[in-house]
Design a protein around this ligand. Structure first.
Ligand SMILES: Cc1cc2nc3c(=O)[nH]c(=O)nc-3n(C[C@H](O)[C@H](O)[C@H](O)COP(=O)(O)OP(=O)(O)OC[C@H]3O[C@@H](n4cnc5c(N)ncnc54)[C@H](O)[C@@H]3O)c2cc1C
Length: 327
């Protein structure tokens, strides 16, 4: 682990200016991802800018939805009465991740920004275009069991590891960020990116921009929801496949559907085609099975993750069945 400087910021503008001045400075929130990456030599920051003293922990109702501060802990969000009442899908997704101790430390901003769990990214002895651009992709012909089915490139087949991000995608969250020159909003679906030729960039946030909050627009997806996570252990493991499913039902008529998958792409993967197919249909196993088939169009597996081609549609089917109370 390299020595680094430590600064504790009391104002967002000061924290941002620290990153403007030093190209190797990073924001530090809960530290549960960043510190691991430093210990493993994946990152070598010269300064950590601790943002924990910034007033960004609030969770409050706003006109047309809910605002969650970037420093709210994962536990605070998952246990919040308004989240449980209006966005239970988000609570389920967060609680499917990590462990209680980690969720107490981990923040919303840090969870959104967490790096991939691809072994080749973590192992500094191996090539990885995400860690070291131009070095190659160890996973492409390596042990690629955890890797992508959609949107990958020759440069990178890693997946986004977050559970929370899958729910935020389905719920059409909006991320508020502050930069050195301006503030802006980023639709959650535009926040993370596909690897293309630049897998070193996980998302569209500029290095000097700070996530301030996440807004959840009001919706009617608060009754028939389910977050299904399939993993090697029933706790404390990242998703092989996960599905966030939300239905707006009138009787058994589907008035609206939101579906997103985790563990299948470099970004949380929204299933627009399957959602459109479900609209106006009567909920039932056959319809859900067809939706799952549509969702899988264009999937491409690698040597060791072929099993995901079967697991993913089965997980979509099961998540929809559970969300609609079919079982
Ligand atoms: C053993 C283990 C198991 C885990 N299992 C799961 C799991 O099953 N599912 C899951 O989803 N996650 C899992 N995680 C990941 C965990 O959710 C993340 O480590 C955590 O959410 C990161 O939040 P943090 O506040 O600790 O971020 P930090 O580690 O402090 O920061 C992470 C990154 O975010 C940046 N950052 C933080 N806040 C901001 C901000 N406001 N604006 C801009 N950039 C910011 C930092 O600079 C850094 O680059 C696991 C982690 C561990 C260690």
């Amino acid at each position: 682990m390299n020595p680094f400087q430590y600064t504790r910021s009391s104002a967002a503008s000061g924290a941002i200016q620290s990153l403007v001045k030093e190209p190797q400075a990073h924001f530090l929130a809960g530290g549960t991802n960043l510190i691991d990456l430093i210990k493993m030599g994946v990152l070598r920051p010269e300064r950590l800018v601790d943002i924990n003293a910034l007033p960004l922990r609030g969770i409050e109702a706003i006109a047309g939805g809910l605002r969650i501060g970037a420093l709210a802990s994962n536990s605070e969000v998952a246990d919040h009465p308004l989240v449980l009442q209006d966005y239970p899908l988000l609570a389920q997704a967060i609680n499917a991740g990590a462990s209680p101790q980690l969720r107490n430390m981990a923040t919303v901003g840090g969870n959104i920004m967490q790096r991939t769990r691809c072994n080749y990214f973590f192992d500094t002895a191996m090539p990885c275009n995400k860690r070291s651009p131009g070095s190659g992709c160890g996973a492409l012909d390596g042990y690629n069991r955890m890797h992508a089915l959609f949107g990958a490139s020759e440069k990178c087949i890693a997946v986004n590891p977050s559970d929370m991000n899958v729910a935020l995608t389905a719920l059409e969250a909006v991320v508020h960020v502050k930069g050195p020159k301006r503030d802006r909003k980023i639709a959650f679906s535009d926040f993370h990116r596909l690897p293309g030729d630049h897998p070193e960039k996980d998302n569209t946030l500029e290095r000097t921009e700070l996530i301030i909050s996440v807004d959840l627009p009001a919706n009617s997806f608060n009754r028939h929801v389910h977050y299904l996570k399939v993993r090697d252990r029933t706790s404390f493991a990242f998703a092989l496949i996960s599905v966030a499913a939300a239905l707006d039902l009138e009787g058994d008529k589907i008035k609206g559907a939101r579906l997103a998958m985790g563990g299948v792409a470099h970004k949380p993967w929204r299933l627009h085609g399957a959602e459109a197919f479900l609209l106006g249909k009567t909920s039932g196993e056959d319809v859900f099975r067809q939706a799952a088939r549509i969702a899988m169009q264009g999937a491409k597996a690698y040597k060791y993750n072929q099993f995901k081609l079967t697991l993913a549609p089965n997980a979509i089917l099961q998540a929809l069945k559970t969300a609609s109370s079919l079982g």
